[in-house]
Write a protein that binds this ligand. Structure first.
Ligand code: FAD
Length: 376
C-alpha cells in the first residue's frame, strides 16, 4: 500500500510538498482551515532556488507565465549612491512572481495529480504517533503528518516545547501597481533613507511590484491609509510611484516574525515552512526556501529506507541553509532599522565595504544557491 501523508496548511510550502510527494506515489491529503484555497499578499521575489523547484516539479512555465526576468538588483542610498549591485544571469535568475499565480499553479497541479484537498478543516494539534485532530473533533491518521500551517502553527505548539517566536519591530506595505514609462525596466531597486526603505521591481509587462518598509513605530509610514506625502518626503524622486498606490485597503504587515524550533521532527510529525522557520522577509527567501525544503523532504523520503531516516537526512541537509538565511535576513534588516542615528553619515560607506566581501555575499545567497539532492 502507498504511504499516506496528511499535510496541514495549503500555503506555498504545503502545496509544494503535496505535489512532490504525490509525484513519488504517496497518497496525499491537504487540510486547510480557510473556506477556499487562496494566497494573501501580492508579489514574491523569487530567486534561483525557487525557480529550480518549479522546474523540477514541471510547473515553471505556468508559474512564470507573463513574468519578466530581471538583469540586476541595486541597493541605493538617499543620495542615489550605489551601495551594492547583484547581477543576475542564467545561473542566478530572479523575478517577481504574482503570489496568486504561483499558488494557483501549485494547487491546480496538486488537484490534477489526485491530491485530496479539504477546505474548512482547521487542525487543533497532532500527536507524534501519527494522528491529527481537528477543531470539529474529527481525527485522521497517516504515516506522515506535516505541519505546514504557517507562523502561528498549532501543529508546532502541540509537538514542541522548545521553540521561540520573536516579533521584529519592522513592517512593510506590499503592492502590485500598474507600470508606466517612468519605471526603470529590468532591474530591481531598493532605496534606503534612514529607517525607511522602498523597493521596486518589474513583475510583468503591466505590473510593478513595490514594497515599503519602516520600523513599527513609524505609524504614518505603515498606516492602512497610504500617505503619499510622508513617503514622498523621504523619497521625492519616487512620487510618481507613490501616486499609483491606492489610498486605502493596502496590504500592511506591522511587524515581521522570526521562528526558531529546536526539533522539526517528533515521531511521525514534521514541521515545514514558516511553521518551522519563519524569517524576516529582507532577503525574499521565506517562501522559496520553504519550497526548496519541501522538495528536498520528498526526495529524501523517497531515497530512504524509512520515514525516520528520510526526515533525519532532510533536516540535516536543510537546517544549515535555513538558519544561515534567517540570520542574514535579520542582519540585513537591522542595518536599515536599528543603525544608530549618530552613525547614519557613515552607513552607506560601511555597507558598501561589507557587501564587497565574497564571504558575506556567499552567506547572503546561501538559499539562492541551494540545489536539492536529485531531480524528481
Ligand atoms: C512582508 C513579507 C514579504 C515577503 N516577501 C517574500 C518574498 O519576496 N519572497 C519569498 O520567498 N518569501 C517572502 N515572504 C515569506 C513568505 O510569504 C512565507 O515564508 C511563505 O508564504 C510561507 O509559506 P507557508 O506555506 O509556510 O505558510 P503560509 O503561507 O502561512 O500558509 C499556511 C497555510 O496554513 C493554513 N493554516 C493555518 N493554520 C491552520 C490550521 N490550524 N489548520 C489548517 N490550516 C491552517 C493557512 O490558512 C495557510 O493557508 C514574505 C513575508 C512577508 C511577511
Amino acid at each position: 500500500m502507498n504511504k499516506q501523508a496528511l499535510i496541514v496548511g495549503a500555503g506555498l510550502a504545503g502545496l509544494t510538498l503535496a505535489v512532490a510527494l504525490r509525484r513519488y506515489g504517496w497518497e496525499v491529503s491537504v487540510f486547510e482551515k480557510s473556506a477556499a484555497l487562496r494566497e494573501t499578499g501580492t508579489g514574491l521575489h523569487t530567486w534561483e532556488n525557487g525557480l529550480k523547484v518549479l522546474e523540477q516539479l514541471g510547473l515553471y512555465k505556468r508559474a512564470t507565465r507573463g513574468v519578466q526576468f530581471l538583469s540586476s538588483m541595486e541597493l541605493l542610498d538617499n543620495d542615489h549612491k550605489l551601495i551594492h549591485r547583484i547581477p543576475f544571469s542564467d545561473q542566478l535568475r530572479f523575478c517577481v512572481l504574482p503570489r496568486v499565480q504561483l499558488h494557483t499553479t501549485l494547487s491546480d497541479a496538486a488537484l490534477k495529480l489526485g491530491v485530496q484537498i479539504h477546505t474548512n478543516m482547521e487542525a487543533k494539534g497532532a500527536d507524534p504517533n501519527g494522528t491529527v485532530t481537528f477543531v470539529d473533533g474529527q481525527q485522521r491518521s497517516g504515516d506522515l503528518i506535516v505541519g505546514a500551517d504557517g507562523i502561528n502553527s498549532v501543529i508546532r505548539d502541540s509537538i514542541s516545547n522548545d521553540h521561540r517566536m520573536e516579533t521584529v519591530a519592522d513592517g512593510s506595505i506590499r503592492i502590485l501597481i500598474p507600470r508606466n514609462e517612468q519605471d526603470s525596466p529590468g532591474i530591481a531597486t531598493e532605496y534606503w533613507n534612514g529607517t525607511r526603505r522602498v523597493g521596486t521591481a518589474t513583475s510583468s509587462d503591466s505590473l510593478l511590484y513595490v514594497y515599503l518598509s519602516a520600523v513599527t513605530d513609524d505609524e504614518v509610514a505603515l498606516a492602512k491609509s497610504f500617505s503619499i506625502e510622508s513617503w514622498t518626503s523621504s523619497f521625492p524622486f519616487l512620487r510618481h510611484v507613490f501616486e499609483r498606490i491606492p489610498g486605502n485597503d493596502i496590504h500592511v504587515n506591522k511587524t515581521f516574525y522570526y521562528v526558531y524550533v529546536k526539533r522539526w521532527v517528533a515521531g511521525k510529525v514534521v514541521l515545514l515552512g514558516d511553521a518551522a522557520h519563519a524569517m524576516t522577509p529582507n532577503l525574499g527567501q521565506g517562501a522559496a526556501s520553504s519550497m526548496t525544503s519541501a522538495l528536498e523532504m520528498a526526495i529524501q523520503l523517497n531515497n530512504s529506507e524509512s520515514i525516520d531516516d528520510g526526515l533525519s537526512k532532510w533536516e540535516k541537509r536543510i537546517r544549515p541553509m535555513i538558519e544561515m538565511t534567517q540570520i542574514m535576513a535579520r542582519a540585513y534588516g537591522s542595518s536599515a532599522t536599528v543603525w544608530p542615528a549618530e552613525l547614519m553619515g557613515i552607513r552607506s560607506h560601511v555597507l558598501t565595504e561589507v557587501l564587497k566581501s565574497v564571504d558575506i555575499n556567499e552567506m547572503i545567497s546561501t538559499a539562492a544557491r541551494f540545489v536539492t539532492s536529485t531531480n524528481l
